[in-house]
Design a protein around this ligand. Structure first.
Ligand SMILES: Cc1cc2nc3c(=O)[nH]c(=O)nc-3n(C[C@H](O)[C@H](O)[C@H](O)COP(=O)(O)OP(=O)(O)OC[C@H]3O[C@@H](n4cnc5c(N)ncnc54)[C@H](O)[C@@H]3O)c2cc1C
Ligand code: FES
Ligand code: FES
Length: 1333
């Protein structure tokens, strides 16, 4: 094909070591190469599509032309191995390790408590490390930008930011006393000095010494400088990779292979191959063609090489802007705005300018701006060179442009703007950062000299159809006219008519998208008017109220207040002290082992599941013959292969492991393909042929389930007082309803398991990521029809669980075990993110209806609540969740007549399961919304209604459980005080009066959360403690380390009880052969139960050593232990905890289902852009009563993390299902969990001091779940802001706002003149793109 010499050996460096691959496979991404081939498992798989950052590495390259070395972060999951020739890759292992030296980044993230489960930590470390390599003293903005593409599901980000912040040179002032005022400032500090609580001490940190970093391999510099580049060709099994050197060669290659894509950043082609199964037999990689990277300046603008990464383009434009008069760089600035918000830094570092343009995404951020800005491209092919304007004609269809297949974009011309020309770019996305836009726009207007008459105008939108579109008619309505209200008002009408969307348009959000086009034009209008005024072209008075400043984004210092241990406590006793997570350093170095990090076993197979594509159908045939023919496929497991129980059941309804005759949801597991490799198993799974016969009337929504009485029985009801009678005597009655969407667990480590047949007597070792190893053990034994004593489950740690790794994991492991049993080989199953989201279900969506009776003074005398939870196709724990819903429906309020019922609706969606809070976040949300409505009806602040109705004095719940709400009241008062509630409410009112298009809102929400299992038998735990002859202690207990720090706390307990330092105590894993019959780590009860069991075991051991101690009171622990051994005293003890006998009598509607309550109150304030629905939580204050914390930093971590998960639930995370029941949202690209941009700008946590709890270990309280609900304070603050916006439009009283309060919902609820203009299609007259489940 080419005359040039070819090179076929791939050569690059990883962590300073040379890697030469003679047979590099173009299908291999760096991530699998690192993990599977080099066994560098610190780099994690979280999504495979560039959306989570778990796989972040640093790539360094030497540029011979400039003799510089560049370092950039990249997602290893999208980085083709073949792209790395000549590069140096640094992974977390190369940054530092416990065996060599820990890097300051690793140390600081760990010591600042920035890791919980630790699965995201290596990615965080790598993003931050790369930043420091480029900027050793970054700004906070640099840090938040660098970490924007790294998701964490555990921490709430605050501690990660705090750890990273220590590298900034910025002021170390805490700003507690307002901007610029530090608490240490004597003048400002009138209060007596208290010991300041600190979660970590910066003085402990290693300094950052850039000279200590790995150097760029000199060999690669030499190679770049001296070796004449040759064409690289790598030949894989199914794909060939060619990397030309010259433009001429590239043109030739493309002419001969017009269908071969040019792979630059691989951020479009990569996901296509991975998720859509596209196969490209040939790939051309032009990364070494220098013309594609050239930047040429002309008097009219700049030509930028199409191969330049988006980060390089951003950097170039940022450098150019200050060099020219402001008016000249209008387009540059608009592009900078888009580039800063496009994707994540990892994506921008590799994604190319040409790639973005040619990919022609309907919602590309750049194309509308480039098009509006009159940009053009220089394009080359064997037919020659031509210039192609980037305009309306360029985009011809979804992902298609006018370019011929053999054409290559060499460079893009970005012109200077002229005086009197304004260019703006705007975008609105479901999440503020690292998220494709819903609608995006580029707008340009040019005025005749010093007038308001429009000479040229150009408006383009993305997200309004299959291509970037030009609002040509709208432009026609503006051109030659004066830019004034009349013209604009006509333009809005034309725009509305011009850019329509069918009601079932793909992507949904039809009304919102249409309203955004108007809102953007309005925002542009305001900015243009402002500019014209500044230029003295017009003198129109512009109301201050109309000014729209961007939402605030600067993260401030936060407070974490906790009570110090008493001065009398021994310094060795760690209980009550903020001790770092015991594995935090290993998390940060990547040494911490998760299930899929276990090295491959001899003859190991990989399992991939085949799932149903139909929601409700008979299985007519299942043909596995083709799959079995494929290379590497060893077997296909179906229901028939299961030797034992083929179904699982919770409280009566059976759930098949693998569907045999009928399917009842899309995503139901049908069979499993086992093959020698992941890729082969995946290909095998795609080759299984299933035919179905559709069954009628699938049920998807709760309304359909209610209509057809499709429930999992029993439904639960509790009534206190006489609700019906009470409604007759109240001043007012109000009825309302609210929906709360579901939630995906999105644990960073997907479901993973490895089942290893031991080889004799039907024994199996099971390594599994589960919260409930005994449950998995039972399931595997029953499925294989063997005794439980042949199955040992091992759990070292899990990368997050949140309730999602109990029942579903047991089923998945059972299927994997059948494969291991049938093939007599080890079998591993690690779900891809998309399959995990599809198969494993999540939080139950709920429809809540209520009728509330109240007096005009705000007292609520009666409430009747109905909850319908969408359970999906299997019962799982849905009935138990319904129970918890009604048990909690009083929240913090004493409503004398209260009735509630909850039903688990059986539908044809994937079965939902336990999720942190277990129904409580749904239950309380409906109640708090009801209270909010009462406040809106009465026209008074909602906190007043809350206060009036709150439990006071000795109290009794609606199920007759006596308790004291004293600490609830204390939290409430403390939160008001700490948040400066009254003063800030006034400030919010003032802000709202001064702003028409931005509003602020505040809310204060309480929680009373019941701890422990209401099924009394689950409140038990056991532990096994061994003391070895050298004095070291091995603790095992039934709890699972899933990030909540249970092992750290258990270490603290053992340390106190044995009176030995924590360094002597080790916890290796949780396993069913050391501690049997354990209960799941759930219900916020792990520390209470296991802590008591560990304490018990340690007490026994301590007692046994008493005679030895008495004989030698001055001896050391080691001496006593040795003496005990020689005295034949057992140094091993089992501890047991027989927890409270809780119960609930559903017939009598009374019981004692909880051991005690954890209380808390949270105040949040948001700022809302009413035109786009964009919002920012400006401040959150949480006061929690968690008794005497065993470990304040772990507990504060739980508080912050669950708050953020709640914030996600109530404001961000949206699961979308197609009308046929297919889950659309199957990865971080479509499903947005909170990222760093969602953290409250000021995020304060206070632990209520001086509280005791006789019901739990060391007077502590369970905290894993309660705070999640407090995330709803952000929802209610948004609702408050929306109410303020509505009142500007004359709309008062209650209004519907369902959860999550996404920008779409918030903006539409604001009822601005623009949203009001958009016609609403009649429900029922069309099939919506997504279901309202
Ligand atoms: C997680 C994630 C988030 C993202 N977020 C955003 C976002 O917020 N906004 C946004 O606009 N985009 C976003 N993107 C899209 C991203 O910007 C584009 O995928 C990227 O710019 C494409 O460039 P690439 O170099 O990676 O293309 P590749 O995947 O390497 O190639 C893409 C296509 O472009 C063609 N091509 C590449 N270069 C040339 C050339 N010089 N001449 C002719 N054809 C060429 C190739 O043939 C191929 O068909 C996101 C992508 C991901 C994965
Ligand atoms: S695994 Fe690579 S970004 Fe998620
Ligand atoms: S610590 Fe970040 S995902 Fe668990």
């Amino acid at each position: 094909m080419s005359a040039e010499k070819e090179e076929t050996v791939l050569c690059f460096f990883i962590n300073g070591k040379k890697v030469t691959e003679n047979h590099a496979d173009p299908e291999t991404m760096l991530l699998s190469f690192l993990r599977e081939k080099l066994r560098l498992t610190g780099t994690k798989y979280g999504c495979g599509g560039g959306g989570c950052g778990a796989c972040t590495v640093m790539v360094s390259r030497y540029q011979p032309s400039t003799k510089t070395i560049t370092h950039f972060s990249a997602n290893a999951c999208l980085l083709p191995l073949c792209q790395l020739h000549g590069a140096a890759v640094t992974t977390v292992e190369g940054v530092g390790s416990t065996t060599t030296r820990i890097h300051p980044v690793q140390e600081r993230i760990a010591k600042a408590h920035g890791s919980q489960c630790g699965f995201c930590t290596p990615g965080m470390v790598m993003s931050m490390y790369t930043l420091l390599r480029n900027r050793p003293q970054p700004t906070m903005e640099d840090i938040t930008q660098a970490l924007a593409g790294n998701l964490c599901r555990c921490t709430g980000y605050r501690p990660i930011v705090d750890g990273c912040r220590t590298f900034c040179q910025e002021t170390n002032c805490c700003q507690t006393n307002g901007v610029g005022n530090c608490c240490l400032d004597e003048e400002n500090n009138k209060e007596p000095k208290k010991e300041k609580s600190q979660l970590f001490d910066k003085n402990d940190f290693l300094p950052l010494d850039p000279t200590q970093e790995i150097i760029f391999p000199p060999e690669l510099i030499l190679m770049a400088e001296t070796v004449r580049p040759q064409t690289l060709t790598f030949q894989g099994e199914r794909m060939t990779w060619m990397c030309p050197v010259t433009l001429e060669e590239l043109v030739r290659m493309k002419a001969t292979n017009p269908k071969a894509p040019l792979v630059m950043g691989n951020t479009n082609i990569g996901p296509d191959i991975k998720f859509k199964g596209v196969l490209h037999p040939l790939i051309i990689s032009p990364v070494r063609v220098k013309e594609l990277f050239e930047v040429t300046h002309t008097p009219h603008g700049v030509w930028v090489g199409a191969g330049c990464s988006l980060s390089e383009v951003l950097c170039l434009l940022e450098k150019l802007v200050p060099q020219f008069p402001e008016w000249k760089t209008e387009l540059f600035k608009a592009l900078i705005h888009q580039l800063r918000n496009l994707g994540s830094q990892q994506i921008r570092n590799v994604a190319s300018l040409g790639g973005n343009i040619v990919s022609a995404y309907p919602n590309s951020d750049l194309n509308p701006v480039l098009a509006a800005g009159n940009c053009k491209m220089s394009v080359i092919s064997n037919a020659g060179t031509r210039e192609v304007p980037l305009d309306q004609k360029f985009f011809v269809g979804f992902g298609k442009t006018v370019l011929n297949p053999e054409e290559i974009v060499v460079s893009v011309f970005i012109p200077f703007s002229r005086e009197g020309e304004f260019v703006r770019a705007l975008r609105q996305a479901p999440r503020k950062e690292s998220c494709f836009a819903t609608v995006t726009t580029g707008m340009r207007v040019f005025f005749s000299s010093r007038s308001r008459v429009v000479q040229e105008v150009s408006i383009y939108y993305g997200g309004m159809g299959p291509t970037t579109v030009s609002a040509t008619k709208t432009c026609a309505a503006l051109i030659t006219r004066p830019w004034d209200e009349e013209t604009l008002s006509r333009a809005y009408d034309v725009l509305l008519e011009e850019l329509t969307l069918p009601p079932s348009a793909p992507g949904g959000k039809v009304e919102f998208r249409r309203s955004l086009t108007l809102s953007f034009l309005f925002k542009f209008n305001l900015e243009v008017l402002q500019k014209l005024r500044e230029m003295n072209v017009i003198t129109d008075e512009l109301s201050e109220k109309n000014h729209i400043q961007p939402l605030p984004r600067e993260i401030q210092h936060s407070l974490q207040e906790f009570q110090h241990v008493s001065k009398d406590q021994s310094t060795q006793d760690p209980v009550g002290r903020p001790i770092m997570h015991r594995s935090a350093i290993s998390h940060a170095t990547g040494e911490a082992m998760y299930c899929d990090d276990i090295p491959q076993m001899d003859r190991e197979l990989f399992l991939v599941l085949v799932t149903s594509s139909q929601a409700h159908a008979k299985i007519v045939s299942l043909d596995v013959s083709e799959a079995l023919q494929l290379p590497g496929v060893v077997d296909v497991i179906t229901a028939e292969d299961i030797p034992g129980k083929k179904v699982r059941t919770m409280t009566g309804y059976p759930e098949e492991l693998l569907a045999a005759t009928e399917v009842s949801c899309i995503g139901q597991m049908l069979c499993a393909v086992v093959a020698n490799t992941r890729a082969q198993a995946k290909r095998g799974a795609s080759a299984v042929k299933i035919s179905y016969k559709k069954l009628p009337d699938p049920i998807f929504t709760v309304e359909e389930a209610i209509e057809k009485s499709s429930f999992f029985e029993p439904r639960r009801i509790i009534e206190k007082g006489n609700v019906t009678e009470a409604f007759k005597s109240v001043d007012q009655v109000y009825e309302g309803e609210i929906r709360l969407g579901g939630q995906e667990h999105f644990y960073m480590e997907t479901q993973s398991m490895l089942v290893v047949p031991v080889g004799e007597e039907k024994e199996f070792n099971v390594y599994v990521s589960t919260q409930a190893p005994s449950f998995v053990q039972d399931a595997v034994a029953e499925t294989l029809n063997i005794a439980s004593n042949r199955v040992t489950c091992h759990v070292k740690r899990i990368g997050g669980g949140f309730g999602g790794k109990v029942t579903k994991t047991a089923i998945l492991t059972s299927i994997t075990a059948v494969a291991a049993w049938k093939t007599s080989r080890p079998v591993r199953c690690v779900l891809e993110r998309g399959d995990d989201m599809l198969i494993s279900g999540g939080r139950h969506p709920v429809l809540g209806k209520y009728k509330v009776g109240f007096m005009n003074d705000g007292r609520i005398l009666a409430a009747d609540l109905q909850y319908y939870a969408n359970a999906g196709n299997a019962e799982d724990e849905s009935v138990l969740i319904a129970e918890k819903i009604v048990l909690h429906m009083d929240n913090a309020y004493n409503i004398p007549n209260l009735r509630g019922q909850a039903a688990a609706c059986r539908t044809n969606l994937p079965s939902n399961t336990a999720f942190r809070g277990f129904g409580v976040p749904q239950s309380l949300f409906v109640v708090e919304n009801m209270i909010n409505d009462v406040a809106l009806v009465l026209g008074c602040p909602s906190h007043q209604i809350r206060e009036i109705n709150m439990y006071r004095g000795p109290s009794v719940t609606h199920y007759n459980f006596k308790f004291s709400p004293e600490n609830l009241q204390r939290c409430w008062e403390e939160c008001k005080l700490k948040s400066d509630y009254s003063a800030r409410c006034k400030a919010v009112d003032q802000f709202n009066q001064q702003n028409r298009w931005k509003k602020r809102g505040m809310s204060m929400i309480p929680i009373k959360y019941g701890i422990a299992f209401s099924e009394g038998f689950l409140n038990q735990a056991a532990a096994l403690v061994h003391v070895y002859k050298d004095g070291s202690v091995l603790v095992t207990h039934g709890g699972i380390e899933m990030g909540q720090g249970i092992h750290t706390k258990m270490q603290q307990v053992a340390s106190r009880e044995l009176n030995v330092p924590t360094s002597k105590i080790y916890i290796s894993e949780t396993s069913t052969n050391t501690v049997p019959n354990t209960c799941p780590s759930a219900a916020s009860f792990g520390t209470d139960a296991n802590g008591a069991a560990v304490k018990n075991a340690c007490e026994i051991l301590y007692q046994r050593l008493e005679p030895i101690r008495q004989k030698n009171p001055k001896g050391s622990w080691e001496q006593w232990v040795k003496a005990a051994f020689f005295a034949k005293i057992s140094l091993s003890a089992t501890g047991f905890y027989r927890g409270p006998d809780l119960y609930m009598d559903w017939d009598k509607m009374e019981g004692q289902p909880y051991a005690y309550f954890t209380y808390g109150v949270c105040c949040s304030e948001v700022e809302l852009d009413c035109l786009t629905g964009d919002n920012r939580t400006v401040r959150t204050d949480i006061v929690m009563d968690i008794g005497r914390s065993v470990n304040p930093c772990v507990d504060i971590g739980q508080i912050e993390g669950s708050f953020m998960q709640g914030l996600g639930l109530y404001t961000l995370e949206e699961l979308k299902f197609s009308p046929s029941g297919l889950l659309y949202t199957r990865g971080p690209s479509q499903y947005k969990t909170p990222a760093i941009c969602d953290v409250p700008l000021q995020f304060n946590v206070y632990l209520l001091p001086d509280t005791d709890n006789p019901n739990a270990i060391y007077s502590s309280k369970g905290i894993g779940e309660p705070v999640l609900f407090l995330g709803s304070s952000v929802f209610f603050a948004i609702k408050d802001a929306v109410a303020a916006a509505r009142s500007d439009s004359g709309l008062m009283g209650p209004f519907p706002l369902h959860s999550p309060a996404t920008p779409e919902r918030a903006s539409l609820a604001c009822a601005s003149p623009f949203t009001q203009k958009v016609p609403v299609s009649n429900p029922g007259s069309f099939t919506p793109w997504a279901l309202n489940i």
